[in-house]
Design a protein around this ligand. Structure first.
Ligand code: ARG
Length: 428
């Protein structure tokens, strides 16, 4: 099938630039480039012009930063979604939104195909295409990287030059970088040796914790129903909150991660992440939950979190399970309202104080001081009933439980042999 109009997710890089003439030569029809602004630090006007000079029939820049922050990032934040306990999912969160934007343009422009520049080895192809499948299963999908015969950067440069595409004058760029409002991710090059420490030149959003100020800095983050709404008492929009915390956290070296992660397509990859603002927000949000969620809900949320993170990582943003989790979170987060004071110091962000109108922490209950609400006498009956199954099991199966006692106490005889006697210990 030859598409009449293909909408390409265009970044302005060499890969997606080469895709434009390649699509025209191999598939024909028009190519519309969509540049989705998810907060990457780029000159979007220049990228738009580059798409056109690479042969695109039209090029659109769509700013989705607000939607990214509100519907994607803050949803993940409410869930405490962190993949393999370290990765705050910056790339994985942006892909479904970029793909959705592409679909919206395709529908508006009457296009019949979608194309992306992801390689056949990564997670991103899955994230793009699962979004296409969910939102526009009728559109044809073209993934040039899985089809074409350009196998190296040199091949691509040669192809680009022969088609009159401006090739970036490359000072050696050893890394593969992906950046947006939420994070910056770096893979490849020297990072492919997992034993070798990442060099400082791999980082851009954060200073080295060693170079961070010796003076701690505090920031107060206010939340409403699990979503950040203000910094230091000043209400702010989601994008500004994240940008401000990125700057602040970056200056204190907060949010660096160096990890080996499991890709969906099977292999492991080593990469580094910088998520300064995200790290601060995760610390603050989780801390506020500790103050405002009852024990059962808090513990259940801890089960949901890694599963929610997997759904994001695996490209299943538009899945019924993610939506069902959001239903749980809509209810669970109703009381996650309040303010957390976070301390930034030498690469760490830690909660230093919290306050909430929904605090379940009640000082008069927890206090070691005078006490009128809690009857210590009641604890006796509680422990008797709580321990009832323990006592029954121990009585029925003494051989399974009591053998865990330390050897010298097993028999009076062995105790006498190997333990100081009562008389000895009195110092005779
Ligand atoms: N491994 C991360 C993920 O799958 C980031 C991928 C993109 N990053 C990059 N530097 N190319 O979400």
């Amino acid at each position: 099938m030859k598409p009449k109009k293909t909408v390409l997710a265009y970044s302005g890089g060499l890969d997606t630039s080469v895709i434009i003439p390649w699509l025209k030569e191999h598939y024909g029809g028009q190519v519309l480039a969509v540049i989705v602004d998810v907060g990457q630090p780029e000159d979007f006007d220049a990228i738009r012009r580059k798409a056109l000079s690479s042969g695109a029939d039209a090029a659109f820049v769509v700013d989705v930063k607000h939607e990214f922050a509100t519907d994607f990032i803050f949803s993940a934040l409410r869930a405490n979604a962190v993949y393999e306990q370290s990765y705050l999912l910056g790339t994985a969160l942006a892909r479904p939104l970029i793909a959705k934007t592409q679909v919206e343009v395709a529908i508006a422009e009457g296009a019949d195909a979608l194309a992306h520049g992801c390689t056949g080895k990564g997670n991103d192809q899955v994230r793009f295409e699962l979004t296409y499948q969910a939102l526009a299963p009728e559109l044809k999908v073209i993934a040039p990287w899985r089809e074409w015969t350009l196998h190296s950067r040199e091949d691509e440069i040669e192809y680009a030059a022969s088609r009159g595409i401006p090739v970036p004058v490359t000072k050696d760029k050893p890394y593969s970088i992906d950046q947006n409002l939420w994070h910056r991710s770096v893979e490849a090059g020297p990072l492919e040796d997992p034993w070798q420490e990442s060099a400082e030149d791999a980082y851009a959003l954060t200073v080295s914790p060693a170079q961070a100020p010796d003076q701690a800095e505090y920031i107060e983050i206010a939340f409403e129903q699990g979503r950040p709404v203000a910094l230091d008492g000043t209400e702010s929009d989601p994008v500004t909150i994240i940008q401000t915390l990125n700057r602040l956290g970056g200056a204190h070296g907060v949010g660096r991660v160096d990890m080996v992660e499991n890709r969906l397509v099977g292999m492991k990859v080593r990469g580094i992440y910088e998520t300064p603002g995200g790290t601060i927000l995760m610390v603050a949000h989780h801390d506020l939950e500790s103050m405002t969620l009852d024990r059962d809900t808090l513990h259940h949320a801890a089960y949901v979190a890694p599963r929610y993170a997997e759904l994001i990582y695996y490209g299943q943003w538009y899945s019924p399970l993610r939506m069902a989790f959001d239903g749980f979170l809509d209810v669970a987060q109703r009381t996650v309202t309040g303010t957390v004071r976070v301390k930034l110091f030498k690469g760490t962000a830690s909660a230093a104080g919290r306050t909430s109108p929904h605090a379940l922490y009640q000082r008069d209950l927890a206090t070691f001081g005078r006490d009128d609400v809690y009857s210590q006498h009641d604890a006796e009956g509680f422990i008797n009933l709580w321990g009832l199954p323990t006592r029954v099991f121990a009585r029925v199966n003494p051989e399974l439980i009591r053998k865990q006692l330390r050897h010298p106490f097993d028999s009076p005889a062995s105790r006498a042999r190997s333990w100081p006697s009562a008389t000895e210990s009195k110092g005779e």
